[in-house]
Design a protein around this ligand. Sequence first.
Ligand SMILES: Cc1cc2nc3c(=O)[nH]c(=O)nc-3n(C[C@H](O)[C@H](O)[C@H](O)COP(=O)(O)OP(=O)(O)OC[C@H]3O[C@@H](n4cnc5c(N)ncnc54)[C@H](O)[C@@H]3O)c2cc1C
Length: 407
Amino acid sequence: MRDSGSDTGSDPFVETEDQQALRGLARQVAARDLAPNARHWDETEEFPEASWGALRAADLFGITIGEAYGGMGLGDVESAIVLEELARVDVSSAILAQLIFNGPPRAIEHLGSEGLRSRWLPMAASGEALFCIGISETEAGSAVNHMRSRLVADGDGFRLEGYKNYVTGGHKAAACLVWCRFPESVGTRGIGAVVVDLTRDGVSVAGTHDKMGLRGTSEAELAFDGVRVDASDVLLTGDPSNSEAFKTLIAHINHERCGNAAMCLGAAAGSLEYATRYMNERTVGDGTLAGFQGLQWKIADMTTRLEGARLLLGRAVRLAGVGGTPPALETAIAKTAANEAARFVCDEAIQLLGGYGYSREYPVERAYRDIRGLLIGAGTVEIQKNFIGTQVLRGATTTSPGWMANP
Ligand SMILES: Cc1cc2nc3c(=O)[nH]c(=O)nc-3n(C[C@H](O)[C@H](O)[C@H](O)COP(=O)(O)OP(=O)(O)OC[C@H]3O[C@@H](n4cnc5c(N)ncnc54)[C@H](O)[C@@H]3O)c2cc1C
């Protein structure tokens, strides 16, 4: 396999041989190791340890991490391929890969010091440790600029005082990338980020949220009570005179948004495939469900929305290129399209299965509950639309050749 970012190839509609091989591997692991336990994680809310072990055994955790740290150095295209395949059978398990591919390890590699990289990236690439990201707080979700978590100067380092909620995997992770205020920070000025070793004194898991879906991977509430943060733990220093660090962090979330979109596409594809099989098998009178034109149109609409979103995501991840970050406008469009396609497709899949679709014994019901959370995480659909709308009104354009700026 290539070792320097995504192979974007010459034809945007065709995957390279390496990408096809990676998709094949992820599909095999998903079918053999993830699918059989997916319902179990959902019903019991147990952390998907067996999925973790399977992804680790297949060496899939390291795909986006640089070779120097034990990974394969691939990019957003390959991340999207693997996440889509894993989410086709179980979004809770796919989230584990998302946290490694597009969470703190990616930020550490792109934005961090060599000290941070050599300390944490080998553990991420080998699947030795999980990582989590702490941005949201009780009164600072979409309005992230209202965050309260802050650093207080302490000798040559800091002490962290704060509380983060909805931290995916926070109860199992080795380290958390915490967005916080540096001394004298106001508004978005002075917001930066630190990597906190979660075994440090003063860190506690205050609880986990009870959720509708994604029940294998809990979202934790993390409290930081005077936690020591060394100067070497700083990922990006927040300078109280400007918002540069904050803007860099926000832009970097585009990796996570593309991963979120890929998981939506995967779950939607899995539901569409299941519904298609079901319609061909389910007899009603003398025929099958597949014979009803009204239901054929549902399949057509589901396919059209899914394929449209897949093309938009393909554009965003390919534009990231080698070692880059997916561009903001294309990413927001792709996430919105994938989130809404998944909501539509997974909902229609339930309808096509009739009463069985509503039963927890069939996977389409779980997929619907799982993707519902993805319309909220990594920036809600509404916040993506705020961004798209304001950008377009200001004259921003995408790379689409047909786009006419300021019509
Ligand atoms: C499954 C899941 C996983 C998550 N994982 C993490 C994680 O690992 N780390 C982390 O830090 N956070 C995580 N989050 C939190 C997530 O980022 C926030 O829930 C999200 O940003 C929304 O914030 P909020 O819940 O406070 O809702 P609010 O910001 O209060 O929003 C409530 C509603 O109002 C809308 N709204 C808010 N402001 C505007 C506006 N200006 N214009 C239009 N509509 C608006 C929102 O779209 C939403 O519909 C996760 C959330 C979920 C559901």
